[in-house]
Design a protein around this ligand. Structure first.
Ligand SMILES: NC(=O)c1ccc[n+]([C@@H]2O[C@H](COP(=O)([O-])OP(=O)(O)OC[C@H]3O[C@@H](n4cnc5c(N)ncnc54)[C@H](OP(=O)(O)O)[C@@H]3O)[C@@H](O)[C@H]2O)c1
Length: 306
């Protein structure tokens, strides 16, 4: 079995070293133009040339959860496109979202500002029940985030494409229930995949349906948010703030207004990083299962877009 590794913006050597340890019988090398035909590829934003030159691939293993960039490319017809499911990302996403949520709910920025002035002042406690958290996308990451948020006893709403009952979560599904979901939520967490259906879904019409003083946490993809709509809603006082980890253009350009907006917190697309050891173990496990002819989790449905 031959595996080719094509990781743009990542050094392939440590990945190849770990993959060789996990799959000692496989021939594993970095991809270069003209490389021999491989059975599987381990990729991150590969060039079209790589996919065109590898028509015999059976599996294309993306080292991230989001496959929006890969689905823009022409893929070998027979290959299964496989994403990382969890692989250590879900707990990171849960801690990131809980941090942003609690920082907002407990008004920790106000305390930080008061501390800078040497002021000993209290904020009036707020009702947790007034801060229902709406999670858009109840997949691998959304469900883990829901579980973490529930630990702090916030009401949790979940929205997905198909009905997905989760204990303790008020479930909504499909476009017909989107309005009801938004109206029931005060903190909105986006954990959707970026697809033709979800691009631009965070816009002035949808965000304006959230409860007054709503807070946005976008940890999915920059393409979900209409950026100028967010600024207009914040400046109009309809939204109270946002934590954004992903942007239309990344890295976020130095002149972008988000950097300096007083109610926007910017982080550099790092809310959940790919962990190499967990990812290699998962890919090796799936490749072995495929060789045995067994079904594997995380196969992307290209028609659905995730
Ligand atoms: N910022 C970061 O560092 C980072 C890291 C990892 C991932 N991400 C992003 O997080 C996304 C989610 O990852 P995941 O592993 O949780 O994905 P997933 O397991 O595929 O879950 C996707 C969820 O979104 C729902 N969904 C998809 N299209 C929808 C639509 N049109 N309307 C309503 N719901 C829809 C799905 O509904 P069904 O349940 O009905 O299928 C599912 O619940 C990734 O695609 C990626 O973009 C970001």
């Amino acid at each position: 079995m031959r595996i080719t590794v094509c990781l743009i913006d990542n050094r392939p050597e440590p990945w190849i070293r770990e993959l060789r340890k996990a799959l000692p019988d496989a021939q594993i090398d970095a991809w270069a133009p003209g490389a021999p035909q491989a059975d599987h590829a381990v990729v991150w934003t590969p060039p079209q040339q790589m996919l065109d030159e590898q028509p015999r691939l059976q599996g294309i293993f993306n080292i991230g959860a989001g496959v929006d960039a890969l689905l823009k490319l022409r893929l070998p017809r027979e290959a299964k496109l496989v994403r990382i499911d969890d692989g250590g990302m879900a707990v990171q996403m849960a801690e990131f979202v809980c941090h942003a949520l609690i920082r907002h709910f407990r008004e920790l920025d106000c305390y930080a500002e008061a501390a800078r002035e040497g002021e000993w002042t209290y904020r009036r406690p707020r009702e947790r029940a007034d801060f229902a958290v709406g999670i858009m996308g109840m997949g691998v990451l959304g469900q883990r985030v829901a579980k973490a948020v529930q630990q702090f006893e916030f009401p949790v709403n979940g929205w997905s494409r198909t009905s997905r009952p989760v204990a303790g979560v008020r479930g909504f599904s499909g476009n017909e229930q989107l309005g009801e979901f938004l109206a029931a939520s005060r903190v909105l967490v986006c954990l959707l995949p970026l697809t033709p259906d979800t691009r631009g879904i965070l816009n002035k019409n949808t965000l304006a349906q959230l409860q007054s003083g709503a807070y946005l946490i976008n940890v999915a993809r920059g393409g979900h948010l209409v950026e100028e709509d967010l600024i207009a809603l914040l400046d109009a006082g309809q939204l109270s703030g946002a934590t954004l980890d992903v942007f239309q253009t990344e890295p976020l350009p130095p002149e972008h207004p988000f950097w300096r907006h007083p109610r926007i917190t910017v982080t550099p697309h790092g809310s959940a990083r790919t962990l190499r050891d967990e990812t290699v173990a998962q890919i090796a496990h799936k490749i072995r299962a495929m060789q045995r002819g067994e079904p594997i989790a995380g196969v992307v449905d290209a028609a659905r877009g995730y």
